[in-house]
Design a protein around this ligand. Structure first.
Ligand code: ADP
Ligand code: MG
Length: 252
């Protein structure tokens, strides 16, 4: 073990009232990997996701990104470090065109890194954001739809646009919460293919997803949670046969 993982979560703890949502969860995400986080409803997946990204404050535990402790940092600072999450296209954004959505992705707090990274005048910066948006839209096969309102996109196209918006910020670690939710099954392969492409280009993924088949298909490593704890962790072929996890999903 010579190389530090990109993300290391240790003994993470979060209680809501009397309810322990995350109960000492620990795991690692290696650079360049695709890691899936699964578990039955209420296992603590979304809470863990929110603790990693800083949207919830942890009661206890550690979140290290590139070896640096970030557990007390606000979400914007974590995003500037390159740890970026997708957001659903909100009501406000559905009233904007696809192209505008992308440009905003390069300017919002998640996109601050982009703006910082670019040199030159405001107009140079604008031009560079425009070029990056064009490149990404073409890659995501949304370029033809650039003048369409985001609200008119299909579920799958919206997911691709969500992905596009965060890619404007050039993330190193991309956190996806349920990328398959609301996506027509005929389009899930498109999303999986995009994740593979981005992974090949060096982006690391942590994906929380209900669709266990999808996670098993796409991940290098799968982490199985139950009742706020990590039950099992390893390659998909091992985790899918884990008795404790199967019991957590299907047990009475
Ligand atoms: P999952 O995403 O795996 O379905 P969650 O992390 O959403 O699980 O929830 C874990 C537990 O914490 C559940 O019992 C849920 O009801 C509870 N919980 C999650 N968020 C909150 C919250 N904001 N306030 C109170 N309880 C919460
Ligand atoms: Mg959830």
């Amino acid at each position: 073990m010579s190389t530090e993982p990109l993300l290391a979560v240790e003994d993470l703890q979060k209680t809501f009232g009397g309810l322990v949502a995350v109960d000492g969860a620990s795991f690692q995400v290696e650079k360049g990997s695709v890691v899936g986080l699964i578990g039955p409803n209420g296992a603590g997946k979304s809470t863990t996701f929110n603790l990693i990204t800083g949207f919830y404050d942890a009661d206890d535990g550690s979140v290290r990104f590139r070896g640096e402790e970030v557990v007390d940092e606000p979400p914007e600072e974590r995003a500037q470090r390159g740890m970026v999450r997708t957001f659903q296209i909100t009501r406000e954004l559905t009233g904007m065109k696809v192209g505008q959505n992308m440009r905003l992705g390069g300017q919002s707090h998640d996109g601050e890194k982009v703006v910082h990274a670019l040199a030159g005048s405001a107009s140079d910066r604008e031009a560079e954001i425009g070029e990056r948006a064009e490149e990404l839209l073409k890659e995501l096969e949304l370029w033809e739809l650039r003048d369409e309102y985001a609200g008119n996109l299909s579920g799958g196209q919206r997911k691709l646009l969500e992905l596009g918006r965060v890619l404007m910020a050039e993330p190193d670690l991309l956190l996806l919460d349920e990328p398959m939710a609301g996506v027509n099954p005929s389009l899930t392969d498109d999303i999986i293919e995009k994740i593979h492409d981005l992974s090949d280009r060096g982006i690391t993924f942590l994906i929380v997803e209900h669709d266990v088949d999808m996670i098993m298909n796409i991940s290098d490593k799968v982490i199985g949670m139950h009742q706020g704890r990590v039950l099992t962790s390893g390659p998909p072929s091992v985790v899918q046969d884990d008795d404790e996890l199967l019991e957590a999903y299907f047990g009475g």
